[in-house]
Ligand binder design. Structure first.
Ligand code: AMP
Ligand code: MG
Length: 650
């Protein structure tokens, strides 16, 4: 990139940049080449403030630890040769010297042959003594002598000077991350200050007119700034010292001023947002004016994370992370953390990996290295990795996943059954005690709360009723929550079970038509069928539908017959999305469950009392967590909570 004046047509410029999309490896290589080698700045820190810092120099032990030969037990310092003949039947009598060596007492009298000196654990051995006899193995004979009934080998119960740490020994090496053990070693040697790598100061700025800091209420079309908090935490987790400067509006002048100020006082600048081709995307243009060489990569063949922008401005790394939080986190961990750790003098992060089977086919974009977040559950033969992504805009997919797998840039899919390598977010696999895969219902949390309080971990993966049944049949979960209506038998759920599955009744939930209170088209309707008739009669009335495979969708289709009113193709995947669309006037009616309608303050016309039940995998029935769930489901506590929330326990 050069400092050429901006072309008039900004779209051309964007296209130039995205035309040179680099592979992840090449982008990282160029970024590192632009930054390293560089010296790691150091600072002195008090030991107490050094936790988590990286040692910048080797530490050589300045003294012996222990500094003197010392007793490991309470007893008597002796000459071992005096006790050569000691035994049960042949006790040896020795005279006691006239001193007691407590901790911190320097001995003044030698232990001559035939004598012993009383000594406490930690006391320094007196001259002449070469062993210690435990007090339990002696017998007092008057106030001035003892009898000893077993021999002592030289050095018995003695720690010699320097036996723990020897003066001149390399105690700790540069690059060691200081933990409590390292702090202990320094303290033992009397070291109060250490030279550590100075944490790089990393300025963090979020960009976007729509951003509001957590703690403040949202206006229309606003969202909370998520990246600011995430990046700040991730910087601190990886050896940096984050300085969060808040969110800056999409305003070229303000943004440039903020970026310049940030760079003056920090070693690195991390922005997020504004890297795609949206109208407000300015930051990458500003970078070109901040220092040389400027942008190194804009557009990396990563998914999520393609719009990542990497730059070096007069020796300082400047990064623009994609706006979507999940993309921001992935690119930060994959591309920025290695650089940050190197600047912080830290060793590369070592991630734990496990092999797990992928139960479903995962489609992938050809030409981009794709990261897919997964939840791990225990299958019949080994670990199973469920893709848990909800799209790159979703933050919970990151927080609830156990790790991620990587699909090669050259692959267009990962077939079902693949044994994939999963990089863990935590040092160890934590498989949940109970796995629930299927349709999600807010009532479920009211039951599993009891398990969580009892220390059992529950993983609930929302894939819809049919996906849940399929997972249950493959033995990948304990329960599949389902609400499936069978037209033929006009019954719920039971017809959908297969061999190896049994039905555990859950609760009823009233499905019905939702609308904004006061909407006369619906207020006047005597039931759901009449409400839908009224909606269909008005061409200006817009509906919000549900996704194919949802139990709710089956009900909607029953009401609509062959009609396809405006809004039919708007098919969100959750009850809450339906309620939000209507509350915010993007749609006028839809179908959802009564508790969700009431929580959103919407009008509700009941339609079907739906059965939300559980398909239990019989082979897993004896597991303690399954038993705990069944107990919780039947408990008075859960039934009362469900009732309060608007459900009817079976
Ligand atoms: P952008 O790259 O600015 O076009 O942003 C892409 C998407 O990410 C938009 O939906 C933004 O609202 C969203 N986004 C950008 N920055 C943040 C942030 N700091 N926190 C949460 N979402 C963000
Ligand atoms: Mg933006």
């Amino acid at each position: 990139m050069t400092n050429s004046p901006l072309p008039k047509n900004r779209d051309n410029m964007d296209q130039d940049q995205f035309l040179t999309i680099l592979s992840r490896e090449e982008a990282l290589e160029r970024f590192e080449a632009g930054l390293f080698p560089r010296p790691v700045p150091t600072e002195q820190r008090q030991l107490a403030d050094a936790l988590g810092c990286t040692l910048a120099q080797d530490i050589v032990a300045p003294i012996d630890v222990p500094p003197f030969d010392r007793s490991n037990v309470d007893g008597f310092a002796v000459r071992s040769a005096d006790l050569a003949s000691a035994g049960e039947a042949t006790p040896v009598r020795v005279k006691l010297n006239d001193e007691i060596i407590a901790c911190g007492t320097a001995p003044t009298r030698p232990v001559l042959s035939g004598t012993a000196t009383s000594i406490a654990t930690g006391g320094p051995l007196p001259r002449g003594a070469d062993a210690v006899v435990m007090v339990e193995h002696t017998q007092p004979v008057g106030p001035r002598a003892i009898e000893i009934r077993r021999a002592a080998s030289p050095g018995q119960f003695v720690s010699y000077a320097g036996s723990d740490i020897a003066r001149g020994e390399a105690l700790l090496r540069a690059g060691t991350v200081i933990g409590s053990r390292e702090i202990g070693m320094c303290a033992a040697c009397g070291i109060a200050q250490v030279t550590v790598a100075r944490r790089p100061r990393v300025a963090v700025i979020s960009t976007g007119d729509e951003l509001v800091q957590p703690g403040r209420p949202l206006g229309p079309a606003e969202i909370h700034d998520t990246n600011g908090a995430i990046v700040t935490a991730a910087v601190n987790e990886n050896g940096g010292e984050a300085i969060f400067l808040g969110a800056v509006a999409d305003d070229a002048e303000k943004l440039e001023a903020a970026m310049r100020r940030a760079l003056e006082t920090s070693d690195m600048l991390v922005l997020s947002g504004g890297t795609s081709k949206g109208a407000g995307d300015l930051s990458h243009r500003i970078i070109a004016r901040l220092g040389k060489p400027g942008i190194i990569a804009h557009g990396v063949a990563l998914k999520p994370g393609k719009p990542l922008c990497l730059a070096v401005c007069d020796g300082k790394p400047v990064v623009i992370l994609p706006g979507f939080p999940t993309s921001a986190m992935f690119t930060f961990h994959d591309m920025i953390v290695p650089v940050l750790r190197r600047m912080a003098g830290l060793p590369p992060r070592s991630d734990a990996k496990v092999v797990a089977r992928v139960p479903v086919r995962i489609a992938s974009e050809l030409g981009r290295t794709e990261f897919v977040m997964v939840s791990l559950v225990e299958g019949n033969d080994g670990l199973i990795a469920y893709p848990s992504g909800k799209g790159s805009g979703a933050i919970t997919s990151f927080a609830q996943a156990d790790g991620f797998l990587k699909i090669d840039a050259l692959a267009d899919q990962m077939p079902a059954g693949t044994e994939a390598e999963v990089t863990l977010f935590t040092p160890h696999v934590r498989v949940p005690d109970l796995v629930i895969v299927g349709s999600h219902c807010t009532g479920l949390d009211l039951v599993t709360a009891q398990l969580a309080h009892a220390g059992l971990s529950v993983r609930s993966i929302a894939v819809g009723s049919l996906g849940g049944i399929a997972a249950a049949k493959r033995g990948e979960c304990d329960f599949a929550p389902i609400h499936l209506f069978d037209e033929k038998t006009e019954t719920y759920n039971t017809p959908f079970l297969g061999p190896g599955l049994e039905l555990v009744p859950g609760w009823r939930r009233m499905q019905g038509i939702v609308f904004r209170k006061g909407d006369s088209r619906f207020e006047a309707a005597k039931d759901a069928k009449a409400a839908v008739r009224a909606a269909l009669a008005d061409a200006a009335c817009i509906m919000v539908n549900r996704n194919q495979g949802a139990g709710t969708r089956i009900l909607i289709d029953r009401l609509l017959g062959d009609n396809r009113p405006d809004g039919y193709w708007n098919q969100p995947k959750s009850h809450n999305a339906v309620a939000a669309a209507i509350a915010q006037q993007r749609a006028d009616w839809g179908m959802t469950i009564a508790p969700v309608a009431h929580a959103a303050g919407l009008g509700f016309i009941p339609f079907a009392d739906e059965h939300y039940d559980f398909a239990l995998v019989t082979a897993r029935k004896d597991r303690p967590a399954v038993q705990a769930f069944l107990k919780a489901l039947a408990s008075e506590e859960a039934r009362a909570a469900l009732t309060r929330a608007g459900f009817r326990p079976a």
